[in-house]
Design a protein around this ligand. Structure first.
Ligand SMILES: *Cc1c(COP(=O)(O)O)cnc(C)c1O
Length: 422
């Protein structure tokens, strides 16, 4: 038994699916202690959009550290923070004509989600939140419930007033927005007018389920009609994953709040951000806080990332081109294995291969791992294989991953009941 099994809690998860000891990583590759290379299409669950140890980002980080740049400064002003604010405004907000204020919560995505929900409740005076079937927004619960001072407690209703409505296409339903509207309008539905609706444009953990532009537009109109705030959780789908910095850009909607985390720092350092319309900024100083609100090293690599990749739209275009190639390759593989690879869905460089069942998906993932490709399973019964390559991956590496995937499906299907229990 290794020290990992002996000492680490049973809660560990990814390490069970990919049970080697990783040592180094660069670009699209992870390497284990034995020197074996793996193409990384897990990508830190979408937190390594620019690959591992990108040399430009590493340079920015090491320069900062070697220059005695302040590392931990709570939310004190720092020149690193100023550079980030200026760069984010200049390269992200201004060209998109978006007016948002920036709130740095604690460094996890869940903390940005907490901030958004709290603020929505404070602004609207309502307690209800609408979320969708298949949603994933983080796993925190309880810290504020056991915090005593009213200063922190005031903006939270501390109720469990959540309604889950059907996501776009759920259970084959035609118009789930019309259903949602009936539910919040009808006094007999058991659902009151919510403070906010929180939504992912593409549900990552939910199995790469994509909302249509039209559905998002209808959702925005529903929110406007009923005075509910629209929160887009762009933690996984944002930061370029869909071929635009924000995943909602192509739909034309303008959320009231946007959460970002995962790939925001660009280098795999923890950093999260809540964007909020200026009118919503009714926080009292320190009402939502956290010890590591924008840790400076993460801010430094975030700024370097924006300058390296988001100065213009040429990078985004390459993401779309590679995405088209990945989609074509996956569709080809689906054709070869009808009924086993049931559906390919996604956009940008964010795709899911829906397998006949979770057993087959797990078996393909395990087989691919043996052949040097890391892909995780997600969605209902874990039946969806998720493809999250680094956005700056070489086309040859993309093709190699497709070849490994193709072979893995074939092997998993042949290996019979022992492996797939089919
Ligand atoms: C990962 C994720 C979160 C949670 O982020 P953490 O940093 O793990 O807390 C929230 N929303 C979405 C869509 C995510 O993918």
């Amino acid at each position: 038994m290794s020290i990992f099994e002996e000492l680490e809690s049973e809660v560990r998860a990814y390490s069970r699916s990919f049970p080697v000891v990783f040592e180094t990583a660069s670009g699209a590759f992870l390497r284990d202690e034995g020197g074996r290379e793996y193409l990384d299409f897990l990508c830190g669950a979408g937190s390594m959009n620019y690959g591992h140890n990108h040399p430009v980002l590493r340079q920015a980080l090491t320069d900062y550290l070697n220059g005695d740049g302040i590392v931990q400064g709570l939310d004190l002003r720092s020149s690193a923070r100023r550079d980030f604010l200026e760069t984010f405004h200049e390269l992200i907000l201004r060209p998109r004509e978006l007016e948002y204020r920036l709130q740095f919560p604690g460094p996890t995505g869940a903390n940005a989600v907490e901030a958004a929900l709290k603020l929505a409740r404070k602004v609207t005076g309502r307690s209800g939140i609408v979320a969708f079937t298949g949603a994933f927004h983080g796993v925190t619960a309880g810290a504020l419930e056991v915090t005593a001072h009213n200063h922190y407690r005031q903006s939270s209703t501390l109720t469990n007033d959540i309604a889950f409505f059907p996501y776009d296409g759920f259970a084959g339903m035609d118009d789930t927005i019309a259903f949602a509207e009936r539910m919040i309008e009808d006094a007999t539905s058991g659902v009151g007018l919510p403070a906010a609706v929180i939504v992912e444009t593409i549900q990552g953990e939910g199995g790469v389920v994509v909302a249509s532009d039209r559905w998002l537009q209808d959702l925005e109109r529903l929110c406007r009609r009923h005075g509910c705030l629209l929160i887009v959780d762009d933690i996984q789908a944002g930061c370029g994953r869909t071929g635009a910095f924000f995943s909602f850009e192509q739909s034309g909607i303008t959320p009231d709040m946007v959460t970002l985390a995962k790939s925001l720092s660009g280098y795999g350092l923890p950093l999260s951000l809540l964007l909020l319309r200026p009118e919503l900024d009714v926080w009292e100083a320190g009402e939502h806080n956290g010890t590591f609100r924008a840790n400076n090293p993460a801010i430094v690599t975030a700024t370097a990332t924006l300058k390296e990749f988001w100065e213009n739209d040429s990078f985004a275009r390459t993401v779309l081109e590679k995405g088209a190639r990945l989609r074509d390759g996956l569709l080809q593989i689906r054709k070869e294995f009808p009924g086993q690879i049931v559906l390919i869905r996604g956009r940008g460089l964010f795709f899911g291969a829906v397998c006949a069942d979770g057993l087959l998906a797990r078996s393909i993932s395990a087989t691919a791992f043996e052949r040097g490709l890391i892909v995780e399973t997600s969605g209902r019964d874990g039946s969806v294989i998720k493809f999250l390559p680094p956005l700056n991956i070489d086309v040859s590496e993309l093709d190699r991953a497709l070849a490994i995937f193709q072979e893995s499906v074939a092997v998993a299907l042949q290996s019979g009941p022992g492996l797939t229990k089919r």
